[in-house]
Design a binder for this molecule. Sequence first.
Ligand code: TYD
Length: 154
Amino acid sequence: MKTYSSIFDCCILEFNQIHNRSGNITSVENLLNIPFDVKRIYYLYDVPGGAQRGGHAHKELQQLIVAAGGCFDIVLDDGKNKKVIELNRPYYGLLIVPGIWREIINFSSGATCLVLASHKYDESDYVREYNDFINYKTGKFSHNESQKGKELII
Ligand code: TYD
């Protein structure tokens, strides 16, 4: 777990668009326009209205999240600060560094959330309890809800 990582280490990357009368193409390549070697790709789809995904952090995994279709919001939380980022175009990607709690909410109908990941699936890389996440970030052992990150207006 990157205990020192913050939401300010996460950023939006803009990819090239190849425009064509019959549609557009965006391509991304390992280490060229994404800052890690992609080992896994997965996508969320058929997300029911009102559903929330995520609700965990990763110890080592880096991810690039793209709204390949539709839109959704990603809530980033480093234990101190919190911000909400709307993804709504397929040529933007949100880079999430390790050690960030994330929730994905407000999926539009038919949205596809494409995730490029730096490692293969490994359940031991997940931190699934918010209190455990705070413990990782602070090294403390008992925490309560009041320690959730404060909302920032961006
Ligand atoms: P999870 O990452 O918790 O989903 P989300 O963050 O979108 O809510 O994964 C949900 C389930 O799917 C969990 O049982 C693990 C499994 N899973 C895999 O088997 N492989 C994968 O690459 C991913 C992302 C999840």
